[in-house]
Design a protein. Structure first.
Length: 177
């Protein structure tokens, strides 16, 4: 739902609410290893180690000026999403609880769209990097469906696809001029 000042996800079920509440931690890379977190902000140039000296000034400038701004921007986006989720829980406290005991709605000011999109993107990138989700999805469409599907993998794939769907909804409904 989109109004003049807000957008909202309504009638959230327990899994949707769970995925939303895990979003800031997923985007921060709390459950992934350090190598995967570094992949969010890779070096600006992919050059062999022997040629890095030729680009040392550029790489140093990137690390001094660009990387801190990107890191701060990612952190601020995650903090915005976390605050919006906290506000949704607080707003829901004054309403009758859903059967599942979670807020059934998240309403966000339109100026938060970019922060949400960024946070969803960070989460998707990190989840894919850690768990090779793209490879897992390819396994689903293989003709040989003899792979064993474990519930934790299914939940992870569902979360990844949920984040993807939310981003698509945002692009279609909130980010077009």
């Amino acid at each position: 739902m989109v109004s003049e000042n807000n957008w909202a996800f309504e009638h959230l079920g327990p899994f949707e609410w769970r995925f939303f509440t895990e979003l800031p931690a997923d985007a921060a890379g709390e459950s992934v290893d350090a190598y995967c977190r570094r992949r969010l902000l890779p070096d600006p140039l992919d050059v062999p180690a022997g040629k890095r000296g030729e680009h040392e000034d550029f790489i140093n400038d990137w690390n001094e000026y660009v990387r801190p701004d990107l890191t701060a921007g990612f952190r601020e986006a995650r903090e915005r999403v976390a605050a919006d989720l906290k506000n949704a829980r607080r707003a829901a406290a004054s309403l009758p609880p859903t059967e599942e005991g979670h807020p059934g709605r998240i309403s966000v000011a339109l100026d938060g769209v970019e922060a949400w999109y960024s946070t969803l993107n960070q989460a998707r990138l990190l989840l894919n990097e850690q768990h090779r989700i793209a490879d897992s999805i390819d396994n689903f469409i293989e003709e040989d469906m003899s792979i064993e599907l474990q519930s934790d993998l299914l939940l992870l794939l569902a979360k990844y696809e949920f984040y993807t769907a939310v981003q698509a909804i945002m692009v279609e409904n909130l980010m077009r001029p």
